[in-house]
Write a protein that binds this ligand. Structure first.
Ligand code: MRU
Length: 364
């Protein structure tokens, strides 16, 4: 099953807040609902957020009472602003809404209903491409994972963080499918425990050998030779290769470097933001204090304790061995290799779109 999908004119998604205890599909038929689902983390993980936002744009088109193109475009621009504001760090969100809005602005069709269905087709294409891209990253990434490697992984980057298959966990799944007997150390990933709740759940279902570890155990494992490679995803990669990812990623990367362990970020090119020169320019989301003061229903801190809760950190590019994308592995100098990867991906998407158009014309 996909993490996010469209059915009966609704945006549907696995409610990740409830896993692993309950498996519930949440559904939204308003733009505000979709924005709230992103903000409140029913859906999370940069590519999954992007797909939810793309479907949010299609939903806006169907919900809009507009009878002419200009009014529909005005509604879509407002929707984009609402969705983009839901979470600030993952660039895939604005990337996806921008893709849908640009399509609407560039498409001249006889009536607005045709434009509505063109937007839904584009959101479906984006979701399908995400799965294909993840498979490609898995294939490229599997090449750098040694036979029987112990992999350290942070947060959740699997099927749940994407439409399906995953980014860094996609590499893990690819290794597993290829018969590489890898083992994964799963960081629990406080404060929201995406590692314990989601990654452990995914890997156990897929029967990938793993152990859940407290975040604080990672340094000990690296110093004592029990980690061969570190893999994680990213919410935004700046033009110089600095990577914003779940809080704690920086600490893991620094300790890995100290111990001579290779570190790879696994990201679709949609996560690369060439408009930002360095990681210092990436907005870091701050979330509520209850994520730190509670574990589940239990409080673990005194009432009213002051809390600071940044949800992401930036790992400077010097700590990265490489950045694995769907176009291959980018190595330093990242400003050059990331730009090339982005251009290659854009060319491939354009070629695929032209091919789809040709097939549609041939069929009609
Ligand atoms: O706050 P979250 O759970 O949305 O954070 C997710 C991450 O940090 C992931 O590592 C990142 O989005 C890459 S996932 C493919």
């Amino acid at each position: 099953m996909r993490t996010v999908f469209w059915e009966d004119r609704k945006v549907k998604m696995i409610d990740q807040r409830l896993l692993p205890g309950e498996f519930v599909i949440a559904e939204f038929d308003t733009v505000e609902g979709v924005a709230a689902s992103i903000r409140e983390m029913y859906v999370r993980g940069a590519p999954a957020i992007g797909a939810a936002a793309a479907y949010g744009m299609a939903l806006a088109a169907y919900r809009s009472p507009a009878t002419d193109r200009d009014s529909l475009l005005a509604d879509l621009r407002r929707t984009k602003a609402t969705l983009d504001a839901a979470r600030p760090t993952a660039v895939n969100l604005a990337w996806a809404t921008n893709r849908l809005l640009t399509l609407a602005e560039r498409t001249i069709l006889p009536n607005v209903d045709d434009l509505r269905s063109a937007l839904l087709t584009e959101a479906d294409a984006l979701a399908d491409e995400d799965v294909e891209i993840n498979r490609r990253m898995g294939y490229h990434g599997a090449e750098i994972v040694p036979e029987g490697a112990n992999i350290l992984h942070h947060c959740n980057t699997g099927s749940l963080a994407t439409v399906d298959f995953g980014t860094a966990l996609g590499v893990v799944y690819a290794c597993h499918e290829q018969g590489n007997p890898i083992h994964v150390w799963v960081d629990e990933t406080r404060p929201r425990l995406q590692g314990a709740r989601l990654t452990a759940w995914e890997l156990m279902r897929a029967e990938v050998p793993m152990h859940l570890i407290a975040d604080n155990a990672a340094g000990h494992l690296m110093r004592t030779g029990q980690v061969d490679v570190v893999l994680f995803g990213a919410d935004r990669v700046a033009a110089n290769g600095d990577v914003a990812n779940k809080i704690g990623t920086y600490k893991v990367s620094v300790v890995a470097r100290e111990n001579g362990i290779p570190v790879y970020a696994v990201v679709p090119t949609s996560t690369i933001d060439l408009s930002l020169p360095s990681g210092d320019d990436i907005p870091i989301e701050e979330r509520g204090p209850e994520e730190v003061t509670y574990i589940g229903e239990s409080t673990v801190a005194p009432a009213n304790v002051p809390v600071y809760n940044p949800a992401f950190d930036v790992t400077p590019h010097r700590y990265l061995t490489g950045i694995i994308t769907e176009e291959g592995i980018c190595y330093p100098p990242f400003p050059v290799s990331l730009r090339r990867a982005k251009q290659a991906a854009e060319a491939r998407i354009l070629a695929q779109r032209a091919e789809r158009g040709k097939n549609r014309r041939a069929a009609s």
